[in-house]
Ligand binder design. Structure first.
Ligand code: 5AD
Ligand code: SF4
Length: 468
């Protein structure tokens, strides 16, 4: 999963720019963490911190961590080791550094992080990071503060709005968390433990945030949640509203041109949501729908609560209303007990469905999850071999999908200037990077682009006409 550096903090509360403290927030893991990192940068901005270019010149360093696989956690501890040295170096130069570990590793390991790395000042979980300003003050007096509560108060309503300049710097496509947590308890997954029970933000709070983002120049919103299609936030009358009406309301916000949502569970793809794919022009024809395995026995053991045929049925129904839809998925290979034949069934499913792009992972035993205790843990070389075979097939499909785009006209939202003068870069509805010759004034616009060529990771296009 990509690592993102959130380079933004105050421009607001710095009376004397050069003496203002600086903050650096580094995000690991999923899109939910990218969103949380931005909100922590907003909190730091509210406390007077300006953006630091890197950890070296940061007075406040926040690592927003991931716990989904073992490697994700190991990476954080090695990063913390380097930051301890940096902290000591800065201290010798008379500069104080506050080190915060936030996110899912913080939630899962809490005080254990302080024992393994005493240079850490604050450990804060994903449900309590709105308290960061108080925690920083506490840590100033007494380093080693841990807050891994699941507080009753609504975190989102306590976060400051992002400053318009910060929004502008983050680009024309933004994430908005609409739902958090998970009640599904897939047997391999830590999310129900780190992010807690499923909860949805109220519709009006989400729409206000989207309106604010749109006024600051955002044109595309990805509605995000660990189980986003289980969204059931309250409307003004307190009645629960599903994801489809929320998408429709978001599409009506002036300035919003395009919407996406992720990540979904196949069982929550209800009729209304499927119909929305045929009905809502602003909803991109792209769906990330993790299936994990192509074997019914493995799916049952994973507690996914659906069969392979149910997945294919959802895909067929979405394709019936939106024939140009492209799909992506997540897969786990080497789940406990997975036989060769069961792995072959995953390859068969991939061949049957056809994906535009996907992620495949080796199963990683996570402490405290049911699958970690199961018999039949698969040997590492077998996992590696299966991962290689699956990734090769997925890559073949990705390239075939990209090749099939050549000659098509795609709606591209231009996001930033390209590397060469006169070039701009945007994204197709299918998340592909598209380069074209064009003026920077078109950034933030959706244009119709004829795809004329491709390279390994991007498409080359010619702007045909503006469509927005
Ligand atoms: N091991 C490997 N992959 C995992 N995922 C979640 N938990 C694990 C695990 N224990 C994958 C799933 C999920 C994606 C976000 O990460 O495929 O959809
Ligand atoms: Fe990682 Fe899952 Fe937490 Fe996202 S929610 S940061 S993927 S553990």
């Amino acid at each position: 999963m990509p690592e993102t550096t959130v380079l933004d903090a105050a421009r607001r509360a710095a009376p004397n720019e050069s003496s203002a403290p600086r903050a650096f927030v580094k995000s690991f893991g999923c899109q939910m963490n990218v969103y949380d990192s931005q909100r922590m940068a907003d909190l730091a901005a509210g406390e007077g911190y300006r953006e630091a270019a890197g950890p070296e010149d940061a007075d406040l360093i926040v690592l927003n961590t991931c716990h989904i696989r073992e490697r994700a956690s190991e990476k954080i501890y090695s990063e913390l080791g380097k930051l301890r040295e940096l902290k000591e170096e800065r201290s010798r130069a008379g500069r104080r550094t506050t080190l915060v570990v936030a996110g899912c590793l913080a939630q899962a390991e809490g005080g254990e992080i302080l024992r393994r790395q005493p240079a850490v000042d604050v450990v804060v979980g994903p449900q309590s990071y709105h308290r960061l300003p108080e925690l920083l003050r506490e840590a100033e007096a007494r380093p080693g503060v841990v807050d891994t509560d699941f507080p009753a108060e609504d975190k989102f309503s306590r976060l400051p709005a992002s400053a318009p300049e910060a929004v502008a710097r983050r680009g024309v496509a933004a994430f908005v968390t609409v739902q958090e947590g998970c009640d599904k308890f897939c047997s391999f997954c830590v999310v129900p433990y780190t992010r807690g029970a499923e909860s949805s933000r109220p519709v009006s709070a989400i729409l206000s945030e989207i309106e604010h983002l749109a006024r600051s120049g955002v044109r595309e919103i990805m509605l995000i949640g660990q189980n986003v299609n289980a969204y059931h936030g309250a409307d003004r009358q307190g009645r629960p509203v599903g994801l489809a009406p929320l998408i429709a309301a978001a599409a009506a916000v002036p300035g919003i041109l395009r919407l996406r949502y992720a990540t979904s569970h196949p069982n929550d793809m209800d009729d209304e949501l499927i119909a929305a794919h045929g009905r809502l022009e602003a909803l991109t024809p792209y769906l990330h729908l993790p299936v994990q395995s192509g074997s019914d026995r493995v799916l049952a053991s994973m507690n996914r609560r659906h069969r392979v045929a149910d997945y294919i049925n959802v895909v067929d129904r979405v394709r019936a209303v939106r024939p140009d839809i492209a799909l992506s998925s997540d897969f786990i290979v080497g789940y406990p007990g997975e036989t060769d034949a069961e792995f072959q069934a995953t390859l068969d499913l991939v061949r049957e469905v056809g994906f535009a792009s996907s992620y495949a992972f080796k199963y990683s035993a996570r402490p405290g999850t049911p699958a970690a205790e199961m018999a039949g843990q698969v040997d590492e070389p077998v996992k590696a071999e299966r991962l290689g075979a699956l990734q090769a097939l997925l890559e073949e499909q990705r390239q075939a999908f990209n090749r099939a785009c050549v000659g098509r006209r795609l709606a591209v939202l231009f996001e930033k200037p390209g590397r060469h003068e006169g070039q701009i870069i945007g994204r197709s509805p299918y998340m592909q990077a598209v380069f074209a010759e064009g003026p920077a004034s078109r950034i933030g616009e959706i244009a119709e682009v004829e795809i004329v060529g491709l390279s390994a990771n991007s498409l080359r296009g010619r702007i045909v006409s503006p469509t927005s």
